[in-house]
Design a protein. Structure first.
Lengths: 200, 200
DNA sequence: AGACCGATTGACTGGTCAGTCAACCAGCGA
DNA sequence: TCGCTGGTTGACTGACCAGTCAATCGGTCT
């Protein structure tokens, strides 16, 4: 027992350390030794648990993104109106950032927005999120709760893009990130996308 | 005269080659020798015109971004309604992509969305764009053409984020990029942001 | 002609790291 | 007690590449 438990701990320890270091320095400028140092383990141990430096990031992304995909699906299943569904999605993403800003920073900066390197690899999974959101919009159009002249894929990109830009703003301190801002953010994105900027 | 003109040509030649290579392979995985080869000049000449590989990208960004900033200011100056101003901004960005997709890909992927590396360096300039857009929104609110309960900075981020996400979708072929799509895009983003998804 | 000077060339160097590997250690079962 | 096994260690290597620099070229001016 004592031989298995610490093994799992070390793996987790390395992943958690990687989050911190990637968030601090960015993926490209972190050496594997930085991760090992931060985790308090030997250099070689990283390669015992992971095939490569890339795999560490892939693992972090996969873990988190699958949660997002589930959350979107659940929102779609349980939301009453399409607007509420979008609100749930926005709420989950904002909540993720609030709960673990470092991890979300890594996911967004190094994968989601890094479409040339890791984003490329994970495009199919990322796309799945876009598609699920588009599905919510499409359903809203069918039920007449959303206008029909805006392509669902298009709306999905705008919606997701708006949220991600917001997180990016928080991450790089372009816009203030207080608890109040987090609270408002969810409803504001949804208000912007569903109601629009012009008064009704 | 013949001693100065070719000099400028070579510099331009290197920049243009860099756009192609950066767009194809990404900044990190292009060697300086790739740029030189693509430009058909010797390795060392790149360093005659540029201090470093970074400076080549910086130059490309600076050139293009200053055009964007001017375009936003002009839109603000000459647009009749805030909505028309936003339309002009969206139009300029989409037009830039249409006119030179490779350059825009580089700008977005390597700078604007690469907030950890080059985005960091250029944050002040990038921010200036956000601010100018926010100003347009704020003016719209004062004149009563836009609702007042959405923070201008916030709206600006959503607007810009939506457009950039759209371009990113085109760049990585997540969404179709035909001439018709380009034509529609401008009005659709503006419709989404100003009118909202819900019917009026 | 010949001195001058900026443009141009590409071989070379120095430093950086990702990934390897042989050795070491700790607990457990025989 | 003595292997055995799997976690753990960290020095080392091989590849890669940004940036340097001394040499060359070609046009101009005197």
């Amino acid at each position: 027992m004592a031989s298995k438990a610490p093994a799992i701990d070390k793996r987790r320890q390395i992943l958690d350390a990687a989050i911190r270091v990637f968030a601090r320095q960015g993926f490209h400028s972190t050496r594997v030794s930085d991760i090992a140092d931060e985790a308090g383990v030997a250099y070689g141990l990283v390669y015992h648990y992971f095939k490569s430096k890339d795999e560490v990031l892939n693992e972090l992304f996969a873990e988190r993104w699958s949660l997002l995909l589930s959350a979107i699906e659940e929102a779609d299943r349980e939301g009453a109106s399409p607007r509420q569904k979008l609100e749930a999605v926005a709420g989950f993403i904002v909540g993720s950032y609030r709960h673990d800003p470092e991890l979300m920073k890594v996911i967004i900066v190094e994968v989601t927005r890094a479409a040339n390197s890791f984003g490329r690899t994970h495009l199919p999974e990322i796309r799945r999120a876009y598609d699920s959101i588009a599905k919510i919009v499409a359903e809203g159009q069918e039920s007449g709760e959303f206008r029909r002249d805006i392509d669902p894929t298009f709306a999905s990109m705008s919606f997701y893009g708006a949220i991600e830009q917001l997180l990016t703003g928080w991450i790089f301190e372009v816009i203030p990130a207080s608890d109040a801002d987090f609270d408002q953010a969810k409803s504001l994105v949804v208000a912007t996308i569903c109601d629009g900027l012009e008064p009704r």
